[in-house]
Design a binder for this molecule. Structure first.
Ligand code: MN
Length: 394
């Protein structure tokens, strides 16, 4: 009964923490395939430890280097372990997820790149442990329709959505009145607009509550991450965004909650550690013993909640706008944000300019009411082009 995993984005923050869970539960999980974008040395180290059947690198230009580094490994030279198959390129990533032996695909690639392999995994009927929220932001409707048609369960890895999912266990027939989506507020929660004008990527990356990659850490600081999570929750739980309320909760102990029609609120609490929601997505409906840190409520003492300030964090408002307009606009939101986020990290635009770039791109991109997959591909490219133009004019 060992579950075979395919991990997309194995060298990223979620990927490495997924491997922590596998390492702690070798009787339950094995790694069938590892896919990374370009962190070749860590990928090779992971292959040495977990000996997967397939190792896949999304950046095709690294194929030869990966092949050489893997074949030099002692473990594949001296033992009777077979060399893993080595695949490269975006087509390979979209193909590897469909391999018959795979039970669960952990979708933990960053950004739009996660869309196509996730669609292929759903079509192959795999269980999806979904960490790549951009997939639902961009194409939530297509993803949800496909998941229904192909009976592919989508289990949330995002900590807030895992908390909501956990709060909904046993509530199948009960209506949700409201989703209470918590946010840490990020490193600039208490900054004035004036102070926010001059913050740098280094400032944002300094003290997050959660251990995350660079892209999502910037998204958290700008609250675009929370905007995406509103859209993610809408699709995962079938709740209109008007019923999803964001609460800034700096302690990051209440991971989110559900309010039911009788007024009861159910929440999931715990220490901020991504391994818990990752493990729950893999083991659902079971809970596995873990040695993850426990939340000490005596030490924490206060749990506080405040309303988000849309004036200082306009991205959150933009995300609500995007989902109200619907069609391909959330896809535009995501593409413009990917461009703005990278430009900010590279020092090509200021923190608050990210929101201007995204808002202008949303205003300029052509609207498509009922986009197909091909429309999303075209929208993504066009929105990136517009957003790049905005960055260059700053
Ligand atoms: Mn989250």
């Amino acid at each position: 009964m060992v579950k075979q995993l395919c991990i997309l984005g194995s060298t990223g923050s979620i990927g490495t923490q997924t491997l922590d869970v596998v390492r702690a539960n070798p009787d339950r999980y094995a790694v069938y395939a590892l896919c990374a974008h370009r962190s070749i040395d860590l990928l090779v180290a992971q292959a040495r430890e977990f000996h997967p059947e397939v190792v896949c690198i999304a950046d095709e230009s690294l194929y030869e280097e990966l092949k050489e580094k893997l074949s030099n490994l002692q473990i594949f030279q001296s033992s009777n372990l077979p060399m893993p198959k080595i695949w490269a390129g975006a087509d390979a990533v979209a193909q590897v997820v469909t391999m018959p032996s795979i039970d669960i695909v952990v979708a933990a690639m960053v950004g739009y790149a996660g869309l196509r392999p996730t669609i292929e995994a759903i079509k192959a009927g795999k269980t999806i442990a979904l960490a790549n929220k951009e997939t639902l932001v961009v194409a939530g409707e297509i993803i949800c329709d496909l998941a229904m048609t192909h009976h592919a369960p989508i289990l949330p890895v995002d900590s807030e959505h895992s908390a909501i999912f956990q709060s909904l266990v046993g509530e199948d027939r009960n209506e949700i009145e409201k989703i209470l989506l918590t946010a840490s507020g990020g490193p600039f929660r208490t900054y004035t607009l004036e102070q926010m004008k001059t913050v740098t990527a280094a400032d944002a990356l300094k003290h997050p509550n959660w251990d995350m990659g660079a892209k999502i850490t910037i998204d958290s600081a700008s609250m675009m991450n929370k905007g995406f999570e509103v859209i993610e929750a809408k699709w995962l739980f079938g709740v209109p965004v008007e019923k999803i309320q964001v609460l800034v909760h700096p302690q990051s102990i209440v991971h989110s909650a559900v309010q039911f029609t009788d007024g009861a609120i159910k929440a999931q609490l715990g220490a901020p550690d991504m391994r818990l929601p990752i493990q729950y997505a893999l083991s659902f409906p079971e809970r596995l013993k873990s040695d993850f840190p426990r939340a000490d409520l005596f030490a924490i003492k206060d749990l506080t909640f405040e309303e988000p300030d849309l004036n200082r964090f306009p991205n959150l408002g933009l995300a609500y706008d995007a989902t109200r307009r619907g069609g391909n606009i959330p896809c535009v939101l995501n593409a413009a944000n990917e461009v703005a986020n990278l430009a900010f990290r590279e020092g090509r635009c200021a923190f608050l300019q990210m929101s201007d770039i995204i808002a202008s791109t949303m205003a300029k991109a052509p609207f498509i009411a009922k986009p197909t997959y091909e429309d999303y591909v075209a929208t993504d490219a066009e929105a990136r082009r517009i957003a790049e133009e905005m960055v260059n004019s700053k």
